[in-house]
Design a protein around this ligand. Structure first.
Ligand code: NI
Length: 228
């Protein structure tokens, strides 16, 4: 499932991130710093150095926005989130097709995180650059994703994906991985659909006992499938 989460960042978070990025001149490093062998061969961009003060501050702003976002929580059912990283593509830069590494080590705790989901948070207005779409391939074909600044796309980390070359301007973004409570994308999609249907039924005043029964089914499936 490709999940589009609009307006993850409110005006205040957006302002804080913008100001911090503007002051980050010396923190940009070659993006291959966090790439595996396969990714390094096709990755041409820059990143904020992962353990820098800037990166930690920026990533905290994004993590706290995610924690307050019901659509993200319902769709991703996050168990562990890798601290968000920040990248920049200027003219000619791109990231060729690749699949993200399956396991990453959390830089703070040392815990292993299985990357069930990959996520990109767009930080540049789409009209400020040409090219730079995120291309995600699945069995339905290739999806070209270029979202308003502040919007998030979440997609299965099993997908072949890349970023097409920038032909004008600069594209700044944030990316991270999620280990979900539900490892299987199909099961997670069923739970997301069920959750949305229950919320819709509740909002439209459907029979309360039936809503309670459906909510019970949701939680019992979650309990049955949860992987912690
Ligand atoms: Ni990737």
């Amino acid at each position: 499932m490709l999940l589009h989460v609009p307006a993850v960042l409110d005006a205040d978070a957006f302002r804080r991130i913008g100001a911090r990025l503007d002051a980050a001149a010396g923190d940009w490093v070659d993006g291959r710093a966090t790439a595996g062998h396969q990714g390094a061969a096709v990755k041409h961009n820059q990143q904020i150095a992962e353990h820098s003060k800037t990166s930690i501050e920026l990533s905290d702003v994004v993590l706290s926005a995610l924690e307050r976002n019901p659509l993200f929580i319902s769709g991703a059912l996050p168990n562990r989130v890798y601290p968000p990283l920040f990248n920049r593509y200027s003219e000619g830069m791109h990231f060729g097709g690749h699949v993200d590494g399956a396991v990453r080590i959390h830089p703070g705790s040392g815990h292993k995180i299985r990357t069930d989901l990959s996520a990109t948070l767009f930080l540049s207005a789409p009209e400020s650059y040409d090219g730079g779409a995120l291309l995600i391939e699945d069995t339905f074909g290739v999806h070209s994703v270029k979202l308003p600044a502040g919007d998030l796309i979440v997609y299965p980390a099993t997908s072949l994906h890349g970023v097409e070359a920038i032909t004008r301007g600069v594209r700044v973004g944030c990316f991270f991985w999620i280990q979900s409570l539900i490892r299987d994308d199909g099961q997670r999609t069923i739970l997301f659909d069920l959750d949305r249907a229950i919320q819709q039924l509740t909002a439209t005043g459907a029979d309360q006992a039936s809503c309670v029964q459906l909510a019970g089914c949701y939680h019992n499936l979650l309990r049955m499938w949860t992987d912690t």
